[in-house]
Design a protein. Structure first.
Length: 309
C-alpha cells in the first residue's frame, strides 16, 4: 500500500526527474542494498524499488540529493535528461515577424538576458560546496540507553584540503565511542570534533552516545552539527543536513515505527548499523532477542528493556 510520502512524490514544485535504470545499476555496481539506501534517504525499500522501476520518475529534489549521496555519485548522474519532442518545436512561419526596426532592440535584449544567465550560473557554481554532510539518527531512544549516530560526508570531487566536522550534543548526553576517533568530546554536552583528511568519495563518521538516566520521556532532543570546508580562498561553514531530532520515549532505537516490536523490516537496518559499528559497544544480542520475541516493554524503575516472550 502506498504511503502518503510516496503519493506526494508524484507532483512537487521542487521535484526532479530521475533515471531508475541508472540508479539500480549504480547501486548494484557498488553492492549497496535497497535497505541501506532506504535508511540513508529516510524512505522505505518499496519506495526505492518504485524509483528504480520508474514508477515515480519525478521525486522531491531533497530526496534526490540524499539518494545521490547514498549512491556516492553526483546528483546529475542519476537525473533523467530529456529533449523536446519534434511536435513541441515552434513553426517559424506561424510566429508573427517583428518589424525590422525592432529586431535590433530584440536581439540586444536577448543578448543581455543570456549574459545574465551565464553570470548567474558561474556565481552559483562558485557558491556551491564540493562537500555535503548528512546525519542519520534513530527516531526514538530511551533514557540511559546507548544510541548510534552516523554522518556521511560526500565529497563531490577531489578535496585536497581537510574538512572539519563538529557536533554539539544535547545537555547531559555523553559520547561513548566514535569511529574514526573524535578529537574531543568526552565531557557531557561538549562539542565533538573530527578532522577528515583530503580525498574523494564518501566518508562515514559513526559514534555512540548515552542519554542521561533522568531524560524526560515524551520530549525531543536536538543535535547541532557543522561542516567546515576550505574551497579556494574561501572558508565555508554549512549545517549538517538530514535528521537532527530524536524523541525520548520508552522505545528501542531499532524500533523505527514505535510499536514496541522489532519486526523483520526493522531487524536488517539495525543489523547493518550494528555490524558497521560493532566496535562501538552497541548491544546486538539485545536487539536480536527482542526480534526473536513477540515484543518488549520498558522498565522505568530499572531503566532497561524487557523482552516479551
Amino acid at each position: 500500500m502506498e504511503n502518503l510520502s510516496d503519493k506526494n512524490e508524484k507532483a512537487t514544485s521542487g521535484s526532479v526527474a530521475i533515471e531508475g535504470v541508472t540508479i539500480k545499476t549504480v547501486r548494484e555496481t557498488k553492492k549497496l542494498t535497497q535497505l541501506y539506501v532506504a535508511s540513508v534517504v529516510g524512505v522505505t525499500t518499496d519506495t526505492i524499488s518504485r524509483w528504480e522501476n520508474n514508477r515515480y520518475p519525478t521525486i522531491k529534489r531533497e530526496n534526490a540529493e540524499k539518494l545521490a549521496m547514498a549512491l556516492e555519485v553526483n546528483l546529475d548522474e542519476i537525473l533523467r535528461h530529456e529533449t523536446a519532442c519534434p511536435s513541441e518545436e515552434v513553426v517559424e512561419n506561424e510566429l508573427p515577424q517583428p518589424k525590422k526596426k525592432n529586431r535590433r532592440g530584440l536581439l540586444l535584449a536577448i543578448l543581455i538576458i543570456a549574459l545574465i544567465i551565464i553570470a548567474a550560473f558561474f556565481i552559483l557554481s562558485n557558491m556551491s560546496s564540493p562537500v555535503a554532510a548528512v546525519r542519520w539518527i534513530p527516531k526514538y531512544s530511551a533514557p540511559g540507553e546507548l544510541m548510534p549516530v552516523q554522518i556521511t560526508v560526500n565529497r563531490m570531487d577531489n578535496t585536497s584540503r581537510g574538512l572539519i566536522i563538529k557536533e554539539k550534543l544535547p545537555p547531559g548526553w555523553r559520547l561513548v565511542n566514535a569511529m574514526p576517533p573524535a578529537a574531543s568530546g568526552k565531557a557531557p554536552s561538549e562539542e565533538i570534533k573530527w578532522l577528515i583528511p583530503g580525498g574523494s568519495g564518501a566518508v562515514r563518521i559513526s559514534y555512540v552516545v548515552q542519554l542521561p538516566q533522568d531524560a524526560a520521556l515524551d520530549t525531543r532532543a536536538e543535535l547541532h552539527g557543522t561542516i567546515f570546508v576550505h574551497t579556494g580562498s574561501i572558508n565555508r561553514a554549512e549545517a549538517i543536513k538530514g535528521n537532527d531530532r530524536v524523541t525520548i520515549a520508552p522505545l528501542h532505537w531499532a524500533d523505527s515505527n514505535g510499536d514496541s516490536r522489532i519486526d523483520d523490516s526493522e531487524i536488517m537496518p539495525a543489523y547493518y548499523i550494528t555490524e558497521e559499528m560493532k566496535s562501538l559497544a552497541l548491544d546486538w544480542s539485545g536487539i536480536e532477542a527482542i526480534w526473536s520475541g513477540s515484543g518488549y516493554s520498558w522498565d522505568q524503575t530499572r531503566k532497561e528493556f524487557k523482552v516479551t516472550k
